[in-house]
Design a protein around this ligand. Structure first.
Ligand SMILES: [Zn+2]
Length: 129
């Protein structure tokens, strides 16, 4: 991902606190270039859900840019940056990176995973300028 994408995800997470935020990342060749902030329809500090209509709209906008979905992110305002059992159970996009921003410590921490079935495994990422 780019430094701009990283900054935007952290900023979104801080702005939505104490609730969880969520969003989509698009780009080319598996690299995230664009952040799509999504509404957390649950407005909850411990869960998130996206509006299917908004997802549809954003997928359309991505296609117009010639980009595709490469990642999905959400925040954990008070929990560590690892997927909860609910995150794993409700993950609809197993083929993309699954990012979690934890705000539990003074410095935001980003965890990146691939979720396959009922397993989450670490998925290395790099931030470039
Ligand atoms: Zn979560």
């Amino acid at each position: 991902m780019t430094r701009t994408v990283w900054d935007e995800i952290i900023r979104d997470s801080l702005e939505k606190r104490p609730n969880e935020t969520c969003g989509l990342l698009s780009g080319r060749n598996g690299s995230a270039q664009t952040v799509w902030r999504m509404e957390n329809t649950l407005k909850s500090p411990v869960a998130f859900a996206m509006d299917p209509k908004q997802i549809q709209h954003v997928f359309h906008e991505m296609a117009l840019r010639g980009e595709h979905l490469v990642g999905i992110y959400h925040s954990h305002p008070t929990a560590p940056p690892i997927p909860s059992p609910e995150d794993i159970a409700y993950c609809r996009y197993p083929e993309v990176a699954y990012l979690i921003v934890s705000l539990a410590s003074p410095q935001p921490v980003l965890g990146c995973f691939r979720i396959e079935g009922s397993f989450a495994r670490m998925y290395p990422y790099t931030v470039r300028n």
